[in-house]
Design a protein around this ligand. Structure first.
Ligand code: SF4
Ligand code: SF4
Length: 109
């Protein structure tokens, strides 16, 4: 229990130095609309699963593109493929297709 009214949280940054261009290029090739993502976070803000779990779809697709896959498969299991994120995405990214492809890449499907 701290005495200062706050606690230090774990870093949530993504180390771009670990980026694997091959995996990102593969995602872009198979889900071309992913190229249009501007990282606005609209998908995360509206995500059904994110309201009840710590699942963060924007962080998930960015992490996979950067080859940071630790714990990612379990994260993606939270997605119900409801498609709500696609309704709000201002760039028309095929998020369901992206999630399915990410699950395949991680051996989850
Ligand atoms: S809402 Fe669309 S453009 Fe915004 S971060 Fe999500 S996928 Fe990218
Ligand atoms: S499809 Fe998955 S990522 Fe998109 S809103 Fe539904 S639970 Fe969230």
């Amino acid at each position: 229990m701290n005495k200062f009214g706050f606690q230090i949280s774990r870093p949530r940054s993504i180390n771009m130095d670990l980026s694997d261009d091959g995996r990102r290029e593969q995602l872009l090739e198979e889900v071309p609309s992913y190229r249009l993502c501007i990282g606005c976070g609209g998908c995360t803000a509206t995500c059904s699963a994110g309201q009840f779990t710590n699942f963060n779809i924007r962080r998930s697709h960015t992490a996979l593109a950067c080859n940071q896959t630790e714990g990612l498969a379990a994260q993606l299991d939270s997605c119900m493929l409801c498609g709500k994120c696609m309704l709000v995405c201002p760039r028309g990214v095929n998020l369901r297709g992206l999630i399915i492809r990410m699950r395949q890449m991680l051996g989850r499907v």
